[in-house]
Design a protein around this ligand. Structure first.
Ligand code: AGP
Length: 369
């Protein structure tokens, strides 16, 4: 199957590098230079219906759930609606407050995940409008939902999800903007720059991938560590969760993702001399707060890799090593910041000699509840 990998050693590496093209496909024809800014003609939802919703629930599993967490922030900020994001296996059993004024968004690469399908059926039974965001045309989620948006990532073979996640982010951003336009909650002078920034993401992802060697080098330096921490605030926290999952999934190195401000409520006790901490600081509003959390862990002996956005104060004065992502709108930073974390998981797994594309105990699509 070497040919299918296009010369890449593994499907995961190929799929990581396919992201600029996948971003282009996910955005193709969907961005406009003026009102209504986003073009999603496949939606049954009318502007009037979009104005009637009182709440949004985002339901998914694993990596798709992490995309949902970013989507939650975008919908709350831009469309000004309360959003609950939950993992599908919990959502169903919490007796969620669903009414016909609830929009339920299910996110699933495969569109076949049993827990997600069960949650979706329950939500529809209770009268919610269900929007599926999925990669697979003809999947059960796509067929059963009231509305579908395809992520257009192309086939994803590696068990560890990469381009499926980032294209889910893009579609969630598009939908959040679409909702904001219909609801009149975001002024045009704010929407324009976001739409422009979305259009720049494919080339920025490509620029970031050119620096994959820096990440490979860091991955080799942490591969034999017993545990690692990922910290961040706001959207960076959601990315930290995805980075931690990816690393656990294929390298089997234990890691935890923590909201950076929450460390001092217990987790700091686990930071020792030499503990690696990956600190994400891409959010300008939260930058200083995150820097103070970086100082907290360094004071306990942590070795910090900082991930910052270009155009912000230099993080290398605080962190031991830094990686810079191209400058973008802060809400869109996850679509770039996650790329070095995907590469970190990949190179750590390769360094340790694991089966990258088929990690132990895991299946690509989980069709049992
Ligand atoms: C991602 O790396 C995982 N393999 C896993 O968490 C996955 O995202 C999850 O099982 C959900 O799958 P789905 O998107 O096909 O529903």
């Amino acid at each position: 199957a070497v040919a299918e990998k296009d010369g890449y050693a593994h499907f995961m590496l190929k799929e990581i590098h396919e992201q600029p093209a996948a971003y282009r496909r996910a955005l193709a024809g969907r961005l406009l230079t003026g009102y209504p800014w986003v073009y999603l003609p496949e939606l049954q939802l009318t502007a009037e219906r979009l104005r009637q919703f009182r709440s949004v629930h985002i339901v998914a599993c694993g990596t798709a759930y992490h995309a949902g967490l970013v989507g939650q922030t975008a919908i709350e900020r831009w469309a000004r609606l309360p959003v609950l994001t939950d993992v599908a296996s919990e959502y169903r059993y919490r007796q969620p407050l669903i009414t016909p004024e609830t929009l339920v968004i299910v996110v699933s690469q495969s569109g076949e995940t049993a827990d997600t399908l069960a949650a979706m059926r329950e939500a529809r039974r209770q009268g919610a409008h269900v929007l599926a965001i999925t990669n697979v045309v003809g999947s059960t989620a796509a067929r059963e939902a009231d509305d579908v948006l395809f992520t257009c990532a192309g086939p994803e073979i590696s068990v560890a999800s990469t381009k499926a996640y980032t294209t889910q982010l893009l579609v969630l951003y598009l939908f959040a903007l679409h909702m904001a336009c219909a609801r009149g909650t975001l002024p045009a002078e704010e929407i324009g720059p976001i739409v422009e920034a979305l259009g720049r993401l494919p080339e920025q992802a490509a620029a970031l991938l050119e620096r994959a060697d820096d990440v490979a080098d860091y991955a080799q330096s942490i591969a034999w560590q017993e545990h690692l921490f990922f910290i961040g605030r706001g959207a960076d926290y959601a990315v930290a969760m995805e980075g931690s999952l990816k690393l656990k999934e294929i390298s089997y190195i234990h890691s935890e993702a923590y909201a950076a401000g929450e460390l001092k409520h217990g987790t700091l006790a686990l930071i020792e001399e030499g503990t690696p901490v990956v600190a994400l600081a891409t959010q300008p509003e939260l930058y200083e707060k995150t820097v103070s959390n970086i100082k907290e862990v360094i004071a306990r002996g942590a070795q910090v890799l900082g991930i910052a956005a270009a155009g912000q104060p230099d993080l290398s004065v605080h962190a031991h090593r830094t990686l810079t992502i191209p400058d973008t709108h802060p809400m869109l930073a996850p679509a770039l910041a996650v790329i070095p974390l995907q590469l970190l998981a990949y190179y750590a797994s390769v360094t340790l000699g694991h089966d990258v594309d088929k990690p132990r105990n895991l299946a690509k699509s989980v069709t049992v509840e």
